[in-house]
Design a protein around this ligand. Structure first.
Ligand SMILES: O=C[C@H](O)COP(=O)(O)O
Length: 194
């Protein structure tokens, strides 16, 4: 197993049902996904709590895919960038070394719905996120941090999405269980080898 979709915010202990970062390290699981929208929405994980989790997981030696993304209501209200900037800021406030962080932009309305963001919509947010990192963290972190896209990626849309300048790969749910996953991997690797 190469990743898991959550871990606890601090050292393991009497937190029944939670998976600690230390457990993942012991099991040689290198990556953890934190801040997934389902945990934010269903388990009331705040931006600050997610930021604390990211910092703790990194401190234990894990690599983190940190998810950010807006709901449909937030997009329609024109607050997409405010939402993802606030989510990213809570991480930036707690993390100084970004070398083991990947940001996953996952518009909530696109996750598991079949309604993928258009390549232009994805590129716009990825570009804004990179600019946010350049302004608020550093030019180096902005240039080197991978910003991947998630939300209804499939074999049919991966090429065009992956061709966008600031889309550095994908976070894939449903399609990772289907043969088309191989096409998605290939679409993500084109840029890596370029
Ligand atoms: O956890 C998986 C991601 O949220 C994306 O899921 P999806 O590719 O099924 O939309």
């Amino acid at each position: 197993m190469s990743d898991i979709k959550n871990c606890w915010v601090k050292k393991g202990g009497a937190f029944t049902g939670e998976v600690s970062a230390e457990m993942l390290v012991n099991l040689d699981i290198p990556w953890v996904i934190l801040g997934h929208s389902e945990r934010r929405a269903l388990l009331n994980e705040t931006n600050e709590f997610v930021g604390d989790k990211v910092a703790y997981a990194l401190a234990q030696g894990l690599k983190v895919i940190a998810c950010v993304g807006e709901t449909l209501e937030q997009r329609e209200a024109g607050s997409t960038m405010d939402v993802v900037a606030a989510q990213t800021k809570a991480i930036a406030d707690r993390v100084s070394n970004w070398s083991n962080v990947v940001i996953a932009y996952e518009p909530v309305w696109a996750i598991g719905t079949g309604k993928v963001a258009s390549p232009a919509q994805a590129q716009e947010v990825h570009d804004e996120l990179r600019k946010w990192l350049a302004k608020n963290v550093s030019a180096d972190v902005a240039a080197t941090t991978r910003i991947i896209y998630g939300g209804s990626v499939n074999g049919g849309n991966c090429k065009e999405l992956g061709g966008q300048a600031d889309v550095d790969g994908f976070l894939v749910g449903g399609a990772s269980l289907k043969p088309e996953f191989i096409d998605i991997i290939k679409a993500a690797e084109v840029k890596k080898s370029a």
